[in-house]
Design a protein around this ligand. Structure first.
Ligand SMILES: *Cc1c(COP(=O)(O)O)cnc(C)c1O
Length: 399
């Protein structure tokens, strides 16, 4: 292992770079979570997360990775045998399906080629044909982190409305939240699933469920067994500013600081920044002559770009060259993209020169790993970043 100096470049799409301010906010002793100071702090993080999800509804905070909040969405509202729909947009859809099946849901998986978002017309056709309303929930991955393709949750809400279908709309925005526009209330989402270590810029270890009134009512009537993930135990204690069990207190200190940072920058500016970095990254890939995994310009992700390596060139061998030479971690290809693609995370605590360092590391790595490409991708990205007003994003991509 070579000795490296300076900062490691952690350019995977989660966990992302943690701001020093957030690290410092955690570096203190915990608080008594049943003591007099706690409630004010608890209410501050609850209301902060409501502003991030853009909801007036409760946001439940679990001490878990995002996977826990996936499970919580299922066990609170669904029962064995319930029919649910999910489009196979990539590896994260495969993983959520795995959880649904462990809870014996009857999951209908709508295939895609992993190179675009969900086919909303197909979802709508399935809903329209479900006259008996056997489908209890439609699950959507907002930002498919394995492919860099976005499915717009509002399009799915419109499909539910057009078909007058009462199914719950559950959206995984774990790698979308705080890096692209998200509107829990205005888009009619029933359950939003979030996580701490992507756009929220925190260490891994917190996850979120934002829940609509309808989802809460369904969960009250749902007799499926659950304990740790039960929303209602949580909400009873959240009402008085605390938790039913010891929360991840120092991560909550970090969360309060991250919310402050996002609001100081302004969420609109945060989203514009991500789009700009994504556009610059795609410009580089275009000059390199490397194909993007995502084939639909309307679905390009603002938070990461997944890039294919040419046939016969192992993406993980390339990633190893980059790590060994330049101390930069790029995201591996997941699931069936293993070895075929690498992922550049440009999400979270990030700026223009961090992106330039990232892209320079990729371009030098392509050269050293002898991956066929054209030089000059870095220059193309510079051209975009020089002009601070450019947001070269197709209009419908994140609405
Ligand atoms: C990261 C991620 C997850 C899983 O989160 P963990 O924190 O690893 O459990 C789920 N869905 C998406 C879209 C993700 O990006």
């Amino acid at each position: 292992m070579a000795l490296h100096t300076g900062r490691h470049f952690l350019q995977i799409p989660g966990p992302t770079n943690i701001p020093d301010r957030v690290l410092r906010a955690m570096d203190r002793s915990a608080l008594d979570h049943r003591g007099p100071e706690f409630a004010e702090f608890g209410f501050a993080v609850f209301s902060g997360m409501q502003r991030i999800f853009r909801t007036k509804q409760p946001v439940i905070i679990f001490p878990s990775s995002g996977t826990g909040a996936w499970e919580a969405a299922i066990v609170n509202t669904l029962s064995p045998g319930d029919k649910v729909l999910l489009a196979e947009t990539g590896q994260f859809a495969v993983l959520w399906k795995g959880i649904a099946e462990k809870f014996k849901l009857d999951l209908e998986f709508l295939p895609t080629d992993w190179r675009r978002g969900a086919d909303v017309a197909e979802i709508e056709a399935r809903l329209a044909s479900d006259k008996l309303h056997q489908i209890k929930a439609v699950l959507v991955i907002h930002n498919e982190t394995s492919t860099g393709c976005v499915t717009h949750p509002l399009e799915v809400r419109k499909a539910l409305n057009r078909t007058n279908h009462p199914a719950l709309l559950m959206v995984d925005t774990i790698s979308g939240l705080a890096s692209m526009e998200y509107e829990h209330d205005a888009w009619g989402i029933d359950i939003s699933v979030g996580g701490s270590q992507k756009g929220m810029m925190l260490p891994p270890g917190l996850s979120f469920n934002a829940v609509s009134e309808k989802a809460l009512a369904i969960s009250k009537a749902n007799t499926s067994l659950r304990s740790y993930w039960d929303w209602h135990d949580m909400l009873e204690f959240n009402k008085i500013g605390t938790f039913p069990y010891t929360p991840a207190i120092n991560l909550l200190f970090a969360l309060r600081e991250a919310i402050a940072m996002l609001e100081e920058e302004g969420l609109e500016n945060v989203f514009a920044r991500h789009k700009r970095h994504a556009a610059a990254t795609r410009a580089a890939a275009k000059v390199w002559g490397l194909e993007l995994v995502c084939l639909d310009p309307n679905a390009y992700s603002p938070s990461l770009t997944a890039v294919m390596t040419p046939e016969g060139h192992d993406a993980d061998a390339f990633r190893k060259v980059v790590l060994d030479n330049f101390d930069m971690s790029l995201g591996t290809g997941l699931g069936k993209l293993k070895g075929r693609a690498f992922r550049i995370g440009h999400i979270g605590h990030f700026n223009d020169l961090m992106l330039m360092g990232t892209l320079a590391g990729v371009e030098m790595g392509l050269d050293l790993a002898k991956v066929p490409h054209r030089a000059g991708g870095v220059l193309a990205a510079m051209d975009i970043l020089k002009n601070r007003d450019v947001v070269a994003m197709p209009k419908a991509a994140v609405a």
